[in-house]
Design a binder for this molecule. Structure first.
Ligand SMILES: [Zn+2]
Ligand SMILES: [Zn+2]
Length: 138
């Protein structure tokens, strides 16, 4: 199995590995990502769920997003690390937070999302395309 996209939570109770390339990689600067991570943005990779092997049981917290969809955020119930995301408008897909990778340099973001709600101290790579809202927005 490829170790390129493998990782774990802080305590090690939850581990994952993926053998395929992500269908999406980008930094989300929405307010919910700021609040849930305690940071400026969440570096997100999205994979087909069937290609992600997970050991350990994440707990999921659901929140509504501005589009009316539901975003379920998966975290380790023991150490609180955020690892996963599932989206009601993307069935069969799972998001993985790149900070949990064993090799974080394997994450290569392609764009910045929800820059309209970014914190003023959130410095972004000026070379990446910017979306005011979701990946589908302007
Ligand atoms: Zn943990
Ligand atoms: Zn977000």
């Amino acid at each position: 199995m490829s170790l390129k996209y493998s990782g774990q939570c802080l305590c090690g109770e939850i581990k994952y590995s993926v053998d395929v390339e992500p269908v999406f990689m980008g930094n989300c600067h929405c307010k919910d990502c700021q609040r849930s991570s305690g940071s400026a943005f969440i570096p997100a990779m999205v994979f087909p769920e069937q290609d992600v092997l997970i050991s350990g049981l994440a707990k999921y917290f659901d929140s509504g997003v501005d589009s009316g969809n539901v975003h379920s955020r998966g975290f380790c119930p023991n150490c609180g690390s955020q690892l996963f995301g599932k989206f009601s408008n993307m069935p069969g897909m799972i998001g993985i937070k790149a900070g949990t990778l064993n090799e974080t340099s394997n994450y290569v973001p392609k764009l910045d999302l929800y820059v309209k709600s970014a914190a003023h101290w959130d410095f972004m790579n000026p070379n990446l395309p910017k979306k005011q809202g979701s990946a589908q927005s302007e």
